[in-house]
Design a protein around this ligand. Structure first.
Ligand SMILES: NC(=O)c1ccc[n+]([C@@H]2O[C@H](COP(=O)([O-])OP(=O)(O)OC[C@H]3O[C@@H](n4cnc5c(N)ncnc54)[C@H](OP(=O)(O)O)[C@@H]3O)[C@@H](O)[C@H]2O)c1
Length: 289
């Protein structure tokens, strides 16, 4: 690889795509940050054309179909992006010996675990979205390209739409909110994940790091805990009440427990990952409301 790495960011207008553009803003990288209209990963011809024209060293696939509930009625579209799209990028990377960094999800698990999930633990997605993301993982692995697959969870950012923004918006319109307290995971600030991805890219043995990794902010929470933390940090007057999943039915079934064990990634990169409450405070300081 040359001294200046050519890096493709797909899905560049998404939460992670935007955070990565901030974190990778340095002379060591030449960034090709492309949104859906500039590069549709489901379009194999367009992907191949882009890779032919540009000498990419690392492709970071942030493009995804992420509408978890809508996916239940749009399975084909969801798979076209999360599986076929991933395959198109992986195949192009393989042909040009580029490294792929792909993002996957805690929703590949079914929630039956009672301790933080390791990379090799049994997957069993409950939703179309989770199944399509697992299919994408398998497609990438079997493509033979050099790939780092990072599963993350409960992603939020000051960019885009997410749980944090939803709570801030609802708090303006309502006196009280019922928030699910029986789903447990780890909220993850996309800026922290972007920093972790940069650590991979700058690792001296990058080419030898292929494999699956877990990355979440440290600590665990229910969605109710997450909402209470937002309320407290922002000093919102809205009343937040715990409810059960059964009181808030959604088209997609979500895992009741999806805490990720991030030891492998932390050891590989020699990093600590911030606690979710500390990162939430940083993110909220960037959101005006
Ligand atoms: N959000 C979470 O809670 C969460 C949790 C765990 C894992 N993840 C994973 O983390 C990654 C990043 O998520 P995120 O929250 O940053 O997602 P996001 O904000 O929804 O961004 C995804 C981006 O991909 C774009 N996109 C959709 N189809 C595309 C296509 N065919 N070609 C190119 N771009 C396309 C979307 O554009 P449009 O908006 O115009 O469709 C959007 O800008 C994804 O792989 C996701 O599955 C997310």
């Amino acid at each position: 690889m040359s001294a200046t790495k050519n890096i493709l960011i797909t899905g560049a207008d998404g939460q992670l795509g935007q955070e990565l553009q901030l974190v990778l803003n340095s002379d060591s990288f030449r960034i090709f940050a492309l949104n859906k209209s500039q590069l549709d990963i489901a379009n194999k011809v367009a992907v191949n054309h882009f890779f032919r024209e540009n000498n990419i060293d690392v492709a970071i696939n942030c493009a995804a179909y992420t509408a978890v509930d809508k996916a239940e009625s749009e399975a084909q579209k969801c798979y076209e992006i999360n599986d076929t799209g991933a395959k198109n990028i992986a195949t192009a990377c393989k042909e040009r010996d580029a490294l792929l960094i792909h993002i996957s999800t805690d929703f590949v698990f079914d929630g039956s675990a009672s301790k933080p999930l390791k990379e090799k633990d049994k997957t069993n997605p409950l939703s179309v979205y989770g199944k399509s993301k697992l299919a994408g993982e398998h497609t990438i692995t079997s493509s033979g390209c050099k790939a780092i697959i990072i599963r993350t969870s409960w992603l939020y950012s000051s960019f885009g739409a997410n749980f944090v923004k939803t709570i801030l918006r609802l708090a303006k319109d309502r006196d009280s909110l019922g928030i699910v307290s029986d789903q447990i995971g780890s909220p993850t600030y996309a800026a922290d994940l972007a920093t972790g991805i940069k650590k991979f890219i700058t690792h001296k043995n990058l080419a030898e790091l292929a494999g699956i990794y877990h990355f979440s902010n440290s600590g665990v929470a229910s969605w109710y805990d997450f909402a209470i933390a937002i309320k407290n940090i922002k000093q919102l007057s809205v009343q937040v009440n715990p409810i059960n999943t059964s009181e808030y039915p959604t088209p997609a079934t979500r895992p009741s427990y999806s805490v990720l064990n991030c030891k492998k990634l932390k050891q590989t990169l020699a990093i600590e990952i911030p606690h979710w409450q500390d990162s939430l405070a940083i993110c909220l300081s960037k959101i005006e409301n």
